[in-house]
Design a protein around this ligand. Structure first.
Ligand SMILES: [Zn+2]
Length: 403
């Protein structure tokens, strides 16, 4: 099991102090006053952003092969928007817009409907970026394209299913304006998802259950965690809200003794510590549930999940889906909710580990840079996004998961 992650030998906590000469460059970073460290994150993020643009856009002749946010060009656009929000550099915004226009053309006939892997991501991000650019006609173009998306024979999960589409609706309602996508529409889709979940649960001890490709997944990408996460933003009847709470409680009760979570119903393999499968994705969702339901039990479970991410989450990969960058967001999320400096320290420790060692470990072949090494979910675009989020941690958001 240990070959999946580096042992976490970083201190549990250190106070920031000026000028501390520590035992390694990593330790020195951990002691740095936050403003100085934030400058390091900014420099590294902007260098990485240039590299990502070069590798995913310029080298491809400014053409799009894979349009998705997950592994493709939309991930580069998402990173450029984030960079623009941090630095206010208008050229990032205009390049972002150009890339989305190319994604729009390529994705026009796509049958995929979600934010992360489908057409909804292109249209929703396109509308938000057009709003930043002050181009109303373009906002309307993307919104009308979004409204043409049809949910036919679509599963329920986040990467390819209905909740991945609903997340895009919530994103639009947050960034363009309330009721951009009317409640009557989103509630109807949410109701369908709940009724499928009740049917498949078949009055079992877990109130809601879902299948994707014949398997009852638990994780954020394809399973219960991601579905509950998005449903919490929907307008639902009290009894349906109780079903969400009950489903999360069932998962907490049936987690592994280690504190990690199975990747699917009945799985006994306590192995994966990813956002997509395992405790990190669950921790983000439980942190949100603690807030939505004002529930101490959910917060405690989120903190317990974060503890196992701290000890086993220094994965030998960089990305946000199944790498260190994604796992760092667990601590950022708990920091935003609790305000506890210990969580900011833990996020900082994971991000500093990447800042200090990722290049070297990848060069030595001891760390995998991702099948798509410059992508948002598998590669270094996700790491750059994390570094940008470390500059203003109170405004951090796991890409395409935290609203
Ligand atoms: Zn993954």
């Amino acid at each position: 099991m240990a070959d999946r992650f580096f042992p976490n030998e970083m201190p549990e906590f250190v106070e920031e102090q000026e000028g501390v000469g520590a035992q390694s460059t990593l330790h020195t970073l951990l002691y740095l006053p936050y403003t100085k460290l934030a400058d390091n994150f900014l420099r590294a993020a902007l260098d990485l952003k240039e590299k990502v643009v070069k590798e995913t856009w310029v080298s491809n002749g400014r053409r799009v092969k894979d349009f998705t946010l997950y592994t493709g060009a939309l991930g580069t656009a998402f990173l450029l928007l984030k960079a623009y929000q941090v630095t206010n550099n208008r050229s990032d915004l205009s390049l972002c817009s150009e890339i989305i226009r190319a994604c729009d053309t390529v994705s026009a006939g796509s049958r995929h409907v979600t934010f992360i892997c489908g057409r909804a991501g292109v249209c929703a991000l396109g509308a938000v970026v057009a709003k930043h650019a002050g181009d109303d006609a373009l906002v309307n173009h993307y919104l009308s394209s979004f409204r043409e998306i049809k949910l036919r024979d679509v599963p329920n999960e986040l990467l390819y299913g209905k909740v991945g589409y609903l997340w895009a609706c919530s994103f639009l309602n947050k960034h363009i304006g309330e009721s951009t996508i009317p409640l009557t529409h989103t509630s109807l889709v949410a109701k369908e998802i709940i009724s499928v979940g009740k049917r498949l649960s078949n009055k079992g001890t877990c109130p809601l259950m879902y299948e994707w490709h014949g398997k009852k997944y638990w994780g954020a990408a394809h399973g219960l965690t991601g579905i509950m996460h998005v449903l919490m933003d929907m307008e639902l009847k009290p009894e349906d809200k109780e079903c969400i709470k009950g489903t999360l409680s069932y998962m907490i009760k049936h987690r592994f003794p280690s504190g990690n979570y199975p990747s699917s119903q009945g799985s006994e393999s306590d192995r994966l510590m990813h956002w997509c499968h395992g405790a990190p994705g669950v921790a983000l969702t439980l942190t949100k549930a603690a807030q939505v339901f004002q529930d101490e039990h959910m917060l405690q479970a989120a903190e317990e999940a974060a503890q196992v991410v701290w000890s086993r989450g220094l994965l030998k990969r960089v990305g946000i889906c199944h790498g260190i960058s994604g796992n760092a967001y667990v601590f950022l999320s708990l920091y935003r909710l609790t305000g506890r400096i210990e969580y900011l320290y833990r996020a900082k420790a994971f991000a500093c580990f990447l800042l200090d060692r990722a290049d070297q470990l990848i060069a030595e072949g001891r760390m995998h840079s991702g099948d798509r090494p410059y992508s948002m979910f598998e590669g270094q675009a996700g790491m750059a996004h994390l570094f940008l989020d470390m500059i203003k941690p109170s405004e951090s958001r796991f890409p395409a998961y935290e609203l």
